[in-house]
Design a protein around this ligand. Structure first.
Ligand SMILES: Nc1ncnc2c1ncn2[C@@H]1O[C@H](COP(=O)(O)OP(=O)(O)OP(=O)(O)O)[C@@H](O)[C@H]1O
Length: 238
């Protein structure tokens, strides 16, 4: 297993933000964490990465503890944050080089710059990139260590239709080459295109875990969006 989480709970004071979540992820598979705003997706990722305190029976990434074997594990793991905080006066190239220096081995930077449509923008300040370009840079940085597992938080928020489809295509190819992905998304077309399995969280509780087709079957809905709304408790709620 690339990732194994058993009975993990994240609490903020007396509030349980994630209640007893369990899941596993195999090589080359994609799992989607879904749920309304505040359902516990980011807290789950932070706890799995070991940056948020949690209680658990088991937590292992590539067979090791991300807490005890932090350095070793994170050589092989990429993380895209919802809002990557870049320094004010840093260029695209400098941001990539800074990120590269954190890892012993990285993938081919110029290839990735091409893949993510940032060629010709290497010397541009990151803060002057468009929102979509900055988002693509954040995904590029997550993939820069040539990871075995990558965490993508709100992967294509802010990307236009074409950019989303190109990105899905790239991820599907990387998946075929064995990349495992944990992603959060509010877009069910994206989930449908990429995920082998989904977990739907509602107030921190896992209300559905399984494949997209199992979600359709058990909810008796005809689209993933409807099934998602049914499970997440967002139906008819503003
Ligand atoms: N540091 C914190 N202290 C107290 N409560 C927190 C903290 N971080 C998150 N929470 C609460 O925990 C719950 C889960 O938040 P989390 O950010 O994990 O949700 P999410 O599913 O990622 O939401 P979104 O879709 O809006 O990003 C929310 O009710 C949130 O207000």
């Amino acid at each position: 297993m690339v990732l194994s989480v058993k009975n993990m709970t994240v609490s903020y004071g007396s509030k349980k933000a994630v209640d007893n979540i369990s899941f596993t992820l195999k090589k080359g598979n994609v799992i989607g964490l879904l749920g309304a705003n505040g359902a516990g997706k980011s807290s789950t990722i932070a706890a799995v990465l070991g940056v948020q305190k949690s209680k658990f029976e088991e937590l292992s990434i590539l067979g090791k503890s991300p807490i005890r074997n932090r350095k070793e594990v994170f050589e092989q793991v990429g993380v895209q944050f919802q809002e990557t905080n870049f320094q004010d006066k840093i260029t695209v190239k400098e941001a990539c080089e800074q990120w590269q220096s954190l890892y012993k081995k990285t993938g081919d930077l110029s290839q990735l710059i091409q893949t993510f449509g940032l060629e010709g923008k290497e010397n541009q300040l990151v803060k002057s990139l468009s929102g979509g370009e900055r988002q693509r840079l954040a995904v590029l940085l997550a993939l820069l260590p040539n990871p075995k597992l990558v965490f993508l938080d709100e992967l294509t928020t802010g990307l236009d239709t074409k950019a989303r489809r190109i990105l899905w295509q790239h991820l599907q190819n990387m998946k075929k080459n064995g990349l495992s992905i944990v992603l959060t998304s509010h877009y069910m077309d994206e989930v449908d295109a990429l995920c082998d399995e989904i977990i739907i969280l509602r107030d921190g509780v896992t209300v559905f875990k399984g494949t997209v087709s199992a979600a359709l079957e058990s909810s008796k809905k005809t689209s993933l969006e409807e099934a998602y709304l049914y499970y997440s408790g967002e139906e008819d709620k503003w």
